[in-house]
Structures are given as structure tokens and as C-alpha cells.
Design a binder for this molecule. Structure first.
Ligand SMILES: Nc1ncnc2c1ncn2[C@@H]1O[C@H](COP(=O)(O)OP(=O)(O)O)[C@@H](O)[C@H]1O
Ligand SMILES: [Mg+2]
Length: 389
């Protein structure tokens, strides 16, 4: 099974490229599902087929679904939201505000992840995910880890009481969750572990970045690549979309053409060794299966879009002489300045990049919990963290 996760700045062509990829995969004979969590119903616009909350057949081998995170959460996970809200309320947070915090925006990502976990069990060969713009989407990918950790903490507090069958509200004023909540929590925890294993498996999941030949979307893609690397996700392809064709030379778009060529060079250089594919700006919007199929032939040719185009390095952990060294590939951190702060079992890095400050939350391996951070160094695109006793 392959999970192809497309992201990029808004308007660059995520939905279009996701559709193109899905059609190509389906035409090659893979049983494919296209998943969108975009509330703007973009699949319907691009495919010209009505896609709703139920799995819809689009063409042979191709299915699509539009997840509605809010409805999904309300139907399946309201019990958890109620509980989180009650915890927040017990801490003096106003009830309606507590619900706001417990439901959104994190819940959107959580629910998408859970849905992905369910879809992954349905026997598709390829799952193509058309996401919301990058920053958000990547945080969602990280959500399973965060929630897993929160859940474990809640469980630790709750378990003794639940096993005794008592409903008590002691312990620093935190309400004990009901048996039902705990059951749901355990279920969730297992699902999160499952989805995390899928996402971090480099043979299964590939992140693909869609960009246009302009400075903003390239900077956005760079940042997404950086975050993804740190979260341990494999980025295997960059798609530069909406490239002006040579035939506009000498026209009104002449300067755009020269500028684009400069940005294309920049994109190729900055993502090396990740392969870059190009798709021209068509004469009009790409709508419907026929248009998309033509574009698929231009983008992938005789190739296979389900291939793992590139396998980058993962996080490396080495233990030697009572020193633990964790090496994160951190492309594009051009060392302006880095602030490191350790909060419990996570490391918060504030990196001042050309594109402005980026906060990164790095999960530490369990082995590092007992150790303290001694040194953090950036050497040739690798962030080396040293932990000692
Ligand atoms: N290569 C292309 N040529 C022409 N129009 C394109 C191309 N790629 C995308 N578009 C158009 O650009 C707009 C935004 O694309 P879309 O896929 O919805 O972006 P996103 O999902 O990233 O917001 C749509 O109107 C789409 O038809
Ligand atoms: Mg879209």
C-alpha cells in the first residue's frame, strides 16, 4: 500500500495534482482512493463529480471521499471532546471556551488522521491525500504523537479509579473520565499508534510538495520540507506546477517567463537530491477527467506515480560513552539563530530562517528522557543534539 500526501501553499494546485495522480494510478490498475479534508469541496470542482462524505466511485479503480472533520468529530469523538472540555472547565476555563479549545482546530487534523487509519484497512493499493495548506497539514501529521502522549497521561491519572469502578473527582481537581471515555481513549490511542506507524514508514508514505515558480510558494515548500524531515516523514517528490510555456516568450508574459526560470533553478537546487517534476500552466483551468488525464500524461508520462521517487535520511540516534547523540537532517536551516528549549519529553526549537521564525517541536526518543540536553549544533544541514547524564 502507498499513501501519497500532497501539500503546498494554497492555490498552487494541490487538489489538481492529487486528482491527476489518482487518475494515473487508477488507470495503471491500482485500486485508488482520493481523500480530501478540504472544506471547500475542491474535489467536486476539479473532478466534476459529486464527492461527499461517503466513498464515491469516480472511474474504474478510482474512489473519492470528502471528509467533514467537524461532523466526523461530532459523530465519533464527542465523548472525548466532552471529557477534555470537562478537564479544562475544572481548571477554571469558561465552559464554552473549553469546548472551543477541545474541538478546534486540532480536532480537524485528529479526525482526518483517524479516518486515514480506517481507510488504510479497506484494502486500497493507493491512498492519495489532498490536504489543507502545508503548515497546518504537517502539524496534523504530528498530532498522533502529541495526542498519544496526552492520552497516556490522562490514562495514568484515570486508570486506578476506573478499575476500582469509582467515579471520583479528586486529584488536583481533574475530573476522572468515565469508563466509556477510557474505553474510547484506549481505542484512539491504538488508532494513533497505527496511523503513526504508517506515516513514518518510508516505503508506505511519501510527502509530496506542490509549488509554483514563485518565491512565496517555494519558501513555503522549503519550510514544509524542513518540518517534515524533522517529524521523520519522507518527502519524495517536488511538483512545480503552473510553469509558463516557452511559447509566451516575446509576449506580455515575457518577464514572468524569465522570472520563473530563475525560480525553477532555485527550486531544483534547494530540494536536491529530491526529484522535481514540472507541469505547465494550461490555457485554462483543469476541470474534469479528460483534462486531468491529459495533464497526467504530461506530468508522469510512462512513469508510475506510486513509485517511491526518493528516500531521504531519517533521524539517527546513537548512544556512545554515556552520551546520546540525536542527528536530525535539517535542510534549509541556514543557521541564522536557533533557540532550544526543552519541555518535558519534547524539544522546542525556534529557528530564525530566511522565511521568518519557525517553531519546531521535536519528540525525543524515550532513551533521552532521563538525560539532559548538553549541546545543540548545526553542521552542514544536520542538527546534532547531545544528551548526557
Ligand atoms: N497546471 C495548471 N494549469 C492551469 N490551471 C491550473 C493548473 N494547476 C492548477 N490550476 C488551477 O488553479 C486553481 C487552483 O488549483 P487547486 O488545485 O485548487 O489548488 P489548491 O488545491 O492548491 O488550492 C484551480 O482553478 C485549478 O484549475
Ligand atoms: Mg485544494
Amino acid at each position: 500500500m502507498r499513501i501519497l500526501y500532497y501539500t503546498g501553499k494554497g492555490g498552487t494546485g494541490k487538489s489538481t495534482i492529487s486528482c491527476i495522480t489518482s487518475i494515473k494510478a487508477a488507470d495503471l490498475g491500482y485500486k485508488t482512493i482520493l481523500v480530501s479534508s478540504d472544506p471547500a469541496h475542491s474535489l467536486r470542482d476539479v473532478l466534476r463529480v459529486k464527492v461527499g462524505r461517503e466513498v464515491t466511485k469516480v472511474i474504474d479503480n478510482l474512489y473519492a471521499i470528502n471528509i467533514d472533520p467537524v461532523k466526523e468529530a461530532a459523530e465519533n469523538y464527542s465523548i472525548i471532546i466532552d471529557y477534555i472540555a470537562s478537564v479544562l472547565k475544572a481548571r477554571g476555563i469558561d465552559e464554552s471556551l473549553a469546548y472551543e479549545i477541545a474541538s478546534l482546530p486540532g480536532m480537524t487534523g485528529v479526525v482526518t488522521m483517524l479516518k486515514l487509519n480506517a481507510i488504510a484497512k479497506e484494502g486500497y493499493d493507493v491512498i492519495v491525500i489532498d490536504t489543507v495548506p502545508s503548515g497546518e497539514a504537517l502539524r496534523y501529521l504530528y498530532v498522533p504523537t502529541i495526542i498519544g502522549r496526552i492520552s497516556r497521561k490522562i490514562m495514568k491519572i484515570a486508570m486506578p479509579f476506573v478499575e476500582l469502578g469509582k467515579v471520583v473527582e479528586p486529584l488536583a481537581g481533574i475530573p476522572a473520565p468515565s469508563k466509556e471515555v477510557v474505553k474510547k481513549e484506549v481505542e484512539l490511542l491504538e488508532m494513533f499508534e497505527g496511523v503513526k506507524d504508517l506515516l513514518l514508514n518510508r516505503d508506505v508514505t511519501s510527502l509530496r510538495l506542490v509549488t509554483n515558480p514563485d518565491s512565496f510558494s517555494i519558501a513555503n515548500a522549503r519550510r514544509a520540507y524542513m518540518q517534515a524531515s524533522i517529524y521523520g516523514l519522507n518527502t519524495d517528490l517536488i511538483v512545480v506546477n503552473k510553469v509558463l510555456p516557452e511559447e509566451v516568450r516575446g509576449s506580455y508574459f515575457n518577464e514572468w517567463l524569465s522570472e520563473q526560470q530563475r525560480y525553477i533553478e532555485e527550486a531544483v537546487n534547494s530540494f536536491r537530491p529530491i526529484p522535481v517534476k514540472f507541469l505547465r500552466l494550461f490555457k485554462r483551468e483543469l476541470k474534469g477527467i479528460d483534462d486531468l488525464r491529459k495533464a497526467a500524461d504530461e506530468l508522469f508520462g510512462d512513469g508510475n506515480p506510486t513509485e517511491v521517487y526518493h528516500k531521504g535520511e531519517a533521524i539517527k540516534v546513537e548512544y556512545r560513552d554515556k552520551y546520546l547523540e540525536v542527528t536530525y537532517p535539517a535542510p534549509f536551516i541556514s543557521k541564522k539563530e536557533i533557540e532550544v528549549e526543552r519541555v518535558g519529553d519534547e524539544l522546542i526549537l525556534r529557528i530564525y530562517t530566511d522565511a521568518g521564525p519557525v517553531d519546531l517541536v521535536i519528540p525525543l526518543p524515550a532513551i533521552a528522557f532521563k538525560l539532559s540536553l548538553k549541546k545543540a549544533k548545526l553542521i552542514n544541514g544536520y542538527l546534532h543534539l547531545y544528551f548526557g547524564e
